[in-house]
Write a protein that binds this ligand. Structure first.
Ligand SMILES: Cc1cc2nc3c(=O)[nH]c(=O)nc-3n(C[C@H](O)[C@H](O)[C@H](O)COP(=O)(O)OP(=O)(O)OC[C@H]3O[C@@H](n4cnc5c(N)ncnc54)[C@H](O)[C@@H]3O)c2cc1C
Length: 321
């Protein structure tokens, strides 16, 4: 039987939904799952969160320097915990941290690595995963020849379970905090209130936004519906939004329930990052814009009129309860 260690990331002290999705996905395949949190401190509530999704144990690796991501020390600590526990799978959500960390761990553990996985099947010792290729044009099924298997899972695809599992048993593991380079501070990026990669709703703006100031129009709508704000590369390259907000082939891959594209033409490189969104809404003055071919709903019109109207309408509806 496979045994998995799931790197569980925290946000404001709580387990991220994208990490919980990985726990649930593996547990529902009959895999024994343990969660591992590497942080400066871990609240007791995390054991309940990971346990509810089926993790039997919560391993904690705590050190004051782990208030920030330390690539070398994280790799050493996680690698040791993985080997000591006799795991066959190391998994996490396909976050920026995991994108940096897992190749390092794959080398350290001499393991195969499959990234940005959108489906997985575990039968006994056999592990198969599905991942998009060529910006989502094709999907490939990959089979690991041998354990250990390293897997990162695309957020918002596999979903969390109904919960109900008992709180995981907490166990502290040895920490290797030494590293040749240490992150001692992180200056706040211009990230929005809702994490783009994890967001269930996204309002994105393109070149048509004209300037950074105009993104306020999108932020107002986002605030009302609890969405994150994204941008096309044209908007980022024009300096209207930071690269952290870019959606697409050279930006973030997102998979929200609702994606509202405002003044975005729908170039293939943008679609690569958002076309798996469950519902796509396009607002564009050009009825021939390619985004309409992908959209479930479309409004041909000026975003500076349509978006405030939508915001007002959502506000009204939400006020009615
Ligand atoms: C290697 C490579 C990687 C790339 N990676 C990415 C990526 O990660 N993400 C990405 O987004 N792009 C990426 N691109 C760029 C991509 O090809 C497009 O150039 C880009 O997506 C266009 O952005 P846009 O739709 O905002 O701008 P445009 O294509 O200029 O479209 C603007 C749209 O706004 C509409 N519009 C204008 N005024 C209004 C208004 N008032 N109201 C409503 N609609 C209006 C127009 O009709 C038009 O459809 C990449 C390109 C390459 C070559």
């Amino acid at each position: 039987m496979s045994k998995a260690l799931v790197l569980t990331e925290l946000k404001a002290g709580k387990a991220k939904k994208s990490s919980l999705e990985v726990i649930h996905a593996l547990e529902s395949q009959g895999v024994e799952v343990h969660a591992l949190v590497v942080a400066d401190k871990v609240d007791a509530s995390v054991a309940a969160e990971v346990g509810a999704q089926g993790a039997k144990k919560l391993l904690t690796a705590t050190h004051e320097s782990f208030a920030y991501y330390q690539s070398e020390a994280y790799a050493a600590t996680i690698g040791d915990a993985f080997k000591a526990g006799g795991y066959t799978i190391l998994a996490g959500s396909a976050s920026s941290l995991v994108k940096d960390l897992f190749p390092r761990l794959a080398a350290r553990l001499d393991a195969g690595l499959a990234v940005d996985v959108t489906a997985l099947e575990v039968k006994g010792a056999e592990i198969k995963v599905r991942r998009p290729m060529l910006a989502g044009k094709y999907f490939a099924w990959l089979k690991f020849k041998a354990a250990p298997a390293l897997i990162s899972v695309r957020p918002n695809v596999l979903g969390v379970g109904a919960g109900g599992g008992a709180a995981a048993a907490v166990e502290a593991v040895a920490v290797k905090a030494d590293s040749r380079v240490k992150t001692s501070a992180v200056q706040g990026g211009a990230g929005g209130k809702v994490d783009l990669g994890e967001a269930e709703r996204i309002v994105s703006g393109g070149r048509a936004m004209k300037n950074a100031e105009n993104f306020k129009v999108l932020q107002e709508l986002a605030d009302v519906i609890g969405a994150a704000v994204g941008a096309s590369r044209a908007a980022v390259d024009s300096g209207f939004a930071p690269h952290t907000m870019q959606v697409g082939q050279t930006g973030k891959t997102v998979n929200p329930n609702l994606y509202i594209a405002c003044g975005i033409s729908g170039a293939i490189q943008h679609l690569a990052g958002m076309k798996t969104s469950k519902v796509i809404v396009a607002i564009n003055t050009d009825p021939e814009a390619p985004i309409f071919q992908r959209a479930d709903y479309g409004a041909v019109g000026d975003l500076f009129q349509v978006v405030p109207a939508l915001t007002a309408e959502f506000k009204k509806l939400l006020a009615q309860g």
